[in-house]
Design a protein around this ligand. Structure first.
Ligand code: CS2
Ligand code: MN
Length: 355
């Protein structure tokens, strides 16, 4: 079990606290201050490892090494950014990183309509209202996120990404889905041979929400499209992050069945597990991990991983803000620690029932 930690200066949760969560063996982290497209320097990467290892925690998963927009757009300049990506992979392999989570969402990453919606029990959480997102201009949404993020830079909404946002969104007008798939394949065929060489499993994160927003193509959305993605490059090093909250927000995605299919093929390298509660077909809020709190059956989800012989990394995903905690939306300490403990409990029970 691993825990997402945004590194010194970007996270107020001390590593020492993370170490005290039962069963926690490592953190999933990143170097948020390095602009997308630049190589992560080996000294920085080594220092990050030393800092984490001091607390007896491992650093085997990076989330994320972001992909430069020119790669996603298939621009002529993409080769230089792909080379930088490979150089970063090489540096990460030198400190023993085994998996990289990344995404291929154009311009933006995940989207929510509210980062701090109050629930009846006094907790605060992130929620998604489809009409709101369909009617808001992305610049206004970015501004709202800035006001609601308690001073943290949100992953996926970094300032260097937002500066050019409107112009970049425009560039996608000339890219149809076929071209976009070709751009993904070009990236995969360039980096996967190095992933094999460096023994780093590449684990793409599904789009969140798994449908198009702001007129942008989004393709990592369903079982069929994940199949198509995995077939673009059939190396086992080309795999996915199975994020239940992202993929599951499309109600047509049957999570246990999708997990069974791809975990059995050894193509899921990283699992983000959380629950959410639907309020209508496409509206939902993020609830506690417990099955009873939301719309997913977490027992069936964990069992699907277990039964398919999954041996990748698992982390609890977004938590609510509880016990008056303030911090980075979705990434407080308490509710995610409760989530980790619940997931560990499910895993232990399922394991012992299958001697
Ligand atoms: C994360 C994503 O917080 C989240 O929702 O799951 O931002 C994830 O880190 C990226 O999409 C992976 O590149
Ligand atoms: Mn996720």
């Amino acid at each position: 079990m691993v825990f997402r930690w945004f590194a010194e200066g970007h996270d107020k949760i001390p590593l020492g606290y993370i170490r005290q969560i039962p069963g926690m063996t490592g953190v999933v982290t990143s170097l948020l201050d390095i602009p997308v497209g630049e190589v992560w320097p080996i000294e920085r990467v080594k220092r990050l490892k030393q800092e984490i290892n001091k607390y007896d925690l491992e650093i085997e998963v990076i989330e994320s090494v972001n992909i430069h927009e020119d790669i996603k757009l298939g621009e002529k300049t993409r080769d230089q950014y792909i080379q930088a990506y490979i150089d970063t992979m090489k540096n990460l392999s030198q400190i023993g990183v085994k998996a990289i989570c990344y995404n291929f969402m154009p311009v933006l990453d995940w989207a929510r309509s509210d980062l701090a919606r109050s629930l009846q029990d006094g907790s605060k959480t992130m929620s998604y209202q489809h009409d709101y997102i369909m009617n808001i201009n992305p610049r206004n949404l970015a501004e709202q996120f800035g006001n609601q993020s308690n001073g943290f830079e949100l992953p996926g909404w970094e300032p260097d990404r937002l500066k050019e946002m409107v112009a970049t969104i425009d560039k996608y007008k000339s890219i149809d889905e076929k071209q976009f798939w070709n751009n993904i394949k070009y990236f995969l065929d360039s980096v996967i041979p190095y992933a094999e060489k460096f023994d780093i499993k590449m684990a793409i994160h599904p789009d969140d929400p798994p449908w198009s927003i702001f007129g942008l193509p989004r393709v990592l959305t369903s079982r069929d499209n994940i199949r198509k993605f995995l077939n673009l490059n059939t190396s086992v090093y080309n795999g996915i992050t199975l994020c239940t909250g992202s993929l599951g927000s499309n109600r047509n995605n049957n999570l246990p069945s999708i997990i069974s299919e791809f975990a059995a093929q050894g193509r899921i390298h990283f699992a983000h597990i959380r629950n959410l509660r639907f309020e209508s077909e496409k509206d939902f809020y993020e609830c506690g991990h417990l099955s009873k709190c939301g719309s997913f059956d977490l027992f069936e989800i964990v069992k699907a991983f277990y039964d398919s012989g999954f041996d990748g990394y698992i982390r609890p995903d977004h938590g609510r803000m509880i016990w008056d905690e303030t911090g980075r939306p979705g990434y407080g300490l308490y509710d995610r620690a409760l989530g980790a403990t619940y997931l560990n409990g499910l895993w232990e029970a399922i394991e012992k029932m299958n001697p």
